[in-house]
Design a protein around this ligand. Structure first.
Ligand SMILES: Nc1ncnc2c1ncn2[C@@H]1O[C@H](COP(=O)(O)OP(=O)(O)O)[C@@H](O)[C@H]1O
Ligand SMILES: [Mg+2]
Length: 254
């Protein structure tokens, strides 16, 4: 069985059915891309994977590492090794990057029954992670997400990735507003960290990022379901033909 195994997932929000029977399996060592037109339910899937409280799961299951997590709260999922980069990162007034990272790290340690990280060890680990994520030193004393550029927000996410070493990362990329610097940061991060220890699910409307990261598997969503699966060749096909033909295929099959 896959590390993340989603079966027949039906999700609604505010009485609106959004996911209508979705199956997806992602394992460590694999890079998956989830594509689809705006409104097809991509972000809802990401939120359902992380356990967003506003969503109602009416049918289906989500399993992670053999444990059923359909009803687990977001913290439990995060401790189990799921990581989600938010489409719109929040800024927390008065909290510096370093403080935030320490809080995140301690939450994970607490879950594993370990004591809080010693300041000296924390500094060492952050420095190593910053080097890996290619983040300048002074970044750690800035306030979280305050005045961050698109690229800096992405660097922040990578820094978390480098420190927390999740088993599966879900990266929901904005459809607009990601400049080329930000795209490169994300792509570098995925290319650097994706490996036998981590699986990645990149969610994107546009193909741009998939020129920098080659996914092993590509899934195309339409109206709450995955309607096409393939390899990187699907990215090229979508680039040439857009999403219109998928709609036609789905409607012809209905
Ligand atoms: N919290 C919510 N309440 C009601 N409708 C929602 C909510 N979140 C998303 N939707 C609707 O669900 C559909 C899918 O949205 P979303 O998952 O954001 O799609 P995508 O990320 O593919 O653009 C859209 O029609 C959107 O308006
Ligand atoms: Mg979205």
């Amino acid at each position: 069985m896959a590390d993340l195994d989603i079966r027949n997932l039906h999700v609604s929000a505010e009485d609106k059915q959004i996911l209508k029977g979705l199956d997806l399996a992602v394992s460590r060592g694999e890079v998956h891309a989830l594509m689809g037109p705006n409104g097809s339910g991509k972000s809802t899937l990401a939120n359902a994977i992380m356990g967003h409280p506003s969503l109602e799961i009416s049918q289906g299951e989500i399993e992670f590492l053999g444990e059923e997590i359909t009803e687990s709260d977001p913290e439990e999922r995060s401790r189990a090794g799921l990581f989600m980069a938010f489409q719109y990162p929040v800024s927390i007034p008065g909290v510096t990057v370093a403080k935030y990272l320490r809080m995140a790290m301690n939450a994970h340690r607490e879950a594993r029954g370990e004591p809080e990280v010693k300041l000296k060890d924390f500094r060492k680990q952050v420095e190593a992670a910053m080097e890996l994520a290619n983040v300048p030193r002074e970044f750690s004393s800035r306030y979280l997400n305050e005045g961050f550029s698109g690229g800096e927000k992405k660097r922040m996410e990578l820094l978390q990735l480098a420190l927390l070493r999740p088993k599966l990362a879900v990266l929901d990329e904005t459809d607009s507003g990601l400049d080329i610097d930000a795209l490169r940061v994300v792509a570098d991060g995925v290319n650097r960290y994706a490996g036998p220890e981590m699986g990645v699910l990149i969610i994107t409307h546009y193909q741009r990022i998939l020129h920098l990261v080659e996914p092993d598997f590509v899934h195309v969503m339409f109206d709450g379901r995955i309607v096409k699966r393939g390899g990187p060749e699907l990215v090229t096909l979508l680039e040439e033909k857009g999403y219109g033909w998928i709609r036609e295929e789905v409607e012809a099959a209905a």
